[in-house]
Ligand binder design. Structure first.
Ligand code: 6PG
Length: 241
């Protein structure tokens, strides 16, 4: 799993923005479109703002880019907790991305229905081919979760490449998440992790004992692709060597 370690957070963000541009260009050149699943939480907000900035916005053919979400909270689209709202504010609106190119989870539905509907949305987009995202962006929680694949949850045992609902005890909340099999069908996966508070989780996932129940991000290993880790030195500080 290629690790890209940078001295500062800003350099990690630029490194991942460059990677995003390269992946987008390659996908559009090869297949005429770039299907990306965005990650949520706080880490990627600055990445999205950077991609929408004058430094990067001209480097991608945005009309050929289609946006999905790796997971979503069970909240309205205008809720401050919504991953869609964060991406809309930081990336989609500044770039003027039309709604037809954006596929949010429909959280007006009850969570189980929202997951089933999202599975259908993804299947419809990829038509008869298996659903292969060109890029899945992921974060990492300090408990080693990624997307909404939280420790000791039933979704970790999913064998189907789809979107599922998961009740997260520690949050006392439902989440909708892509399953590991669906994420692992991607051509590329990129983790964005920075800060010393993530260093232990990074070490456990990359170099700890194999224990996917405790360290769910260990499930991520694209079958025909690569999982790239974009880290600052603080997050990489517990890695050997
Ligand atoms: C979410 C994300 C989640 C996130 C990690 C890290 O919906 O919260 O999908 O997996 O990437 O929790 O979050 P931070 O970037 O806020 O530390």
């Amino acid at each position: 799993m290629p690790q890209h370690v940078f001295p500062s957070t800003d350099e990690v963000l630029s490194g991942l923005a460059d990677f995003f541009v390269a992946q987008a260009r390659a996908a559009v050149a090869a297949r005429g479109r770039f299907a990306v699943a965005l990650s949520g939480g706080s880490s990627p907000k600055k990445l999205y703002e950077l991609l929408a900035s004058a430094a990067y916005r001209g480097q991608v053919s945005w009309p050929q880019v289609f946006f999905f979400f790796g997971d979503e909270r069970n909240v309205p689209a205008d809720d401050p907790q919504s991953n869609y709202r964060m991406a809309k504010t930081a990336l989609l609106d500044p770039l003027g991305i039309p709604a037809a190119q954006v596929f949010p989870v429909n959280t007006t539905l009850p969570p189980a229905e929202a997951a089933r509907a999202y599975t259908q949305t993804i299947a419809d987009f990829f038509a008869e081919t298996p659903a292969r995202f060109d890029l899945v962006l992921l974060g990492l929680g300090d408990n080693s979760h990624t997307a909404s694949l939280f420790p000791h949850t039933s979704v970790l045992r999913a064998t189907t490449a789809d979107a599922q609902v998961v009740f997260v005890e520690e949050l006392q909340a439902d989440r909708i998440t892509l399953t590991a099999p669906l994420i692992n069908q991607a051509r590329a996966v990129a983790f964005l992790v920075f800060g010393a508070d993530k260093a232990a989780a990074v070490r456990r996932v990359l170099h700890g004992e194999r224990n996917v129940a405790e360290y769910p991000a260990q499930l991520i290993a694209p079958a025909a692709g690569e999982a790239h880790w974009f880290l600052d030195q603080a997050a990489a500080s517990e890695l050997p060597g």
